[in-house]
Design a protein around this ligand. Structure first.
Ligand SMILES: *[C@@H]1O[C@H](CO)[C@@H](O)[C@H](O)[C@H]1NC(C)=O
Ligand SMILES: *[C@@H]1O[C@H](CO)[C@@H](O)[C@H](O)[C@H]1NC(C)=O
Ligand SMILES: *[C@@H]1O[C@H](CO)[C@@H](O)[C@H](O)[C@H]1NC(C)=O
Ligand SMILES: *[C@@H]1O[C@H](CO)[C@@H](O)[C@H](O)[C@H]1NC(C)=O
Ligand SMILES: *[C@@H]1O[C@H](CO)[C@@H](O)[C@H](O)[C@H]1NC(C)=O
Length: 437
């Protein structure tokens, strides 16, 4: 214990420098943020008289906080509880400050933030760059930016999403950087989500992703997600069609945001739910669930709480994955490099007939020579695979097979026995498939 560890020190310093190169310097979100966000599932339901369980109110957010802290979510990293539009009063208060609707948030936002903090959670809130929010509530235009940033800090808010309705391009160009400065000036670290690129069409040259990385922690590039597979797929396809522009923008502290997880809602089958979770992990996407955690099915819970997929999503290198192959058969293959020379590989089927048996090998997918330990992240089955060994994966319609792949090892006879040893020692390693070598 008394021996200094210069090697460790060097490692930490070397890692710390490039970790947040040209990203917003608030020390936040070095891995994609995780939590819950009200919008997709609960929208602008303010009818608390007739729909008390589902209306945008402090009860809804406290209910979700209770579930996040008591049902294992927080400990997996889902810590943000984010309010979206329609939380405020239609009028600012006598001092010109934003205020929560007193009927729906009788305790006020600061009390709600404290309720969350006591449970190890964080509060996110929503505002808009224009004169009004998208839902018609008071916006935070240029002349209100400093006041509103200070109000959020006074309320002990931890994250802020800045939407863009009712503002024009000139105002956005001034407002998004200004809000970043104003949040910083409060002295409170507040994660900053910018909807700016979504209002600029999402692509260079209109969008300057270098600048965005310097002023925001995450940004919405594209349209809102809806509760359907066609919505999920249109987002996925747009992100990967434009991957060469988007991948370099992402990194620790700065993330592309393809929008919320809708797993546990009404629009996705179980296969499609697994696909959304896996694709969001490949994309290094923020994981904000928008669902009802009080009534979530156990199937949805198992997907959203999959530790291996979460750890792929949260990989510290923060490199966004890419689509490496689009086969005529409808099979698409996605790949994400991970730390420690490991990687994630995803087989997706765009087919509509039946499970498709896709045959390939790791060397065909440009993996270098060696033998690899492969773990199926949904079944936890493992196998040893030599790069040249042909294998078959069976991929269901609109479903995925997702693998975590170890660093390449030279062929080593000990590998043959690893699975057997682990099983014998009673550790939970799932069912080992017979070695294919
Ligand atoms: C504000 O910005 C400075 C300089 O980039 C940074 O060192 C500091 O941590 C930031 N503070 C907050 C609260 O974001
Ligand atoms: C944007 O809105 C401002 C008012 O806030 C106005 O002065 C300006 O002319 C508008 N710019 C464009 C390009 O529409
Ligand atoms: C994009 O933003 C960066 C950083 O703010 C800046 O240095 C660069 O000139 C901008 N690029 C363009 C094309 O405006
Ligand atoms: C493998 O590498 C070759 C040569 O760089 C490239 O043409 C091919 O597209 C790559 N295949 C995949 C699946 O990445
Ligand atoms: C990672 O693996 C590749 C082969 O896939 C190898 O060329 C490279 O040296 C490895 N890097 C490290 C840091 O182990």
């Amino acid at each position: 214990m008394d021996v200094p560890a210069p090697k460790m020190y060097r490692l930490v310093i070397i890692l710390a420098l490039p970790l947040c190169a040209s990203c917003l310097d608030n020390g936040l979100m070095l891995t994609p943020p995780m939590g819950w966000l009200a919008w997709e599932r609960f929208r602008c339901d303010i009818d608390c008289e007739n729909d008390p369980n589902n209306c945008i109110s402090e009860k809804l957010f406290m209910d979700m906080a209770d579930r996040l802290s008591e049902d294992g979510w927080r400990d997996l990293g889902y810590v943000y509880v984010n309010i979206d539009d329609c939380w405020s009063s239609k009028q600012r208060d006598k001092d010109g400050r934003l205020q929560a609707d007193p009927k729906r948030f009788p305790g006020g936002i600061k009390k709600l933030a404290q309720y969350l903090h006591e449970r190890g959670l964080k509060l996110g809130i929503y505002g808009d760059m224009g004169t009004y929010t998208c839902g018609g509530y008071p916006g935070s235009p240029l002349d209100k930016i400093e006041l509103d940033a200070q109000t959020f800090a006074d309320w002990e808010v931890d994250m802020f999403k800045y939407d863009g309705c009712y503002s024009n391009a000139t105002e956005q160009e001034q407002g998004y950087p200004l809000m970043s400065k104003a949040l910083n000036a409060t002295g409170r670290p507040i994660g900053y989500s910018c909807s700016w690129p979504a209002y600029q069409g999402g692509l260079p040259p209109k969008v300057n992703y270098t600048q965005l990385g310097e002023i925001c922690n995450l940004w919405r590039n594209y349209g809102d997600i809806q509760d359907s597979w066609s919505s999920v797929w249109s987002i996925v396809d747009w992100f990967f069609e434009n991957q060469d522009a988007l991948i370099p923008a992402a990194g620790p502290g700065r993330w592309n945001d393809p929008d919320m997880l809708i797993i546990g809602d009404f629009g996705l089958s179980m296969e499609q739910s697994r696909s959304q979770m896996a694709l969001w992990a490949i994309m290094a996407a923020p994981l904000f669930m928008s669902n009802d955690l009080r009534t979530l099915s156990s199937g949805a819970r198992v997907i959203l709480q999959n530790k291996m997929i979460i750890s792929i999503n949260q990989d510290p290198l923060g490199i966004q994955g890419r689509r490496i192959l689009k086969e005529k058969s409808g099979i698409q293959i996605f790949w994400r490099p991970l730390s420690k020379n490991t990687s994630a590989l995803l087989f997706f089927s765009h087919r509509t007939d039946m499970p498709y048996r896709y045959k390939t090998s790791l060397s065909k997918l440009n993996y270098t020579a060696g033998s690899y330990k492969v773990t199926d992240v949904y079944t936890y089955k493992t196998l040893e695979l030599k790069d040249s060994t042909e294998f078959v994966v069976s991929v269901n319609p609109t479903g995925v097979v997702m693998w975590h792949i170890s660093a390449p090892a030279k062929l080593n006879s000990r590998l043959y026995f690893r699975g057997a040893q682990a099983a014998a020692s009673g550790r939970d390693v799932g069912n080992d498939i017979p070695v294919l070598l």
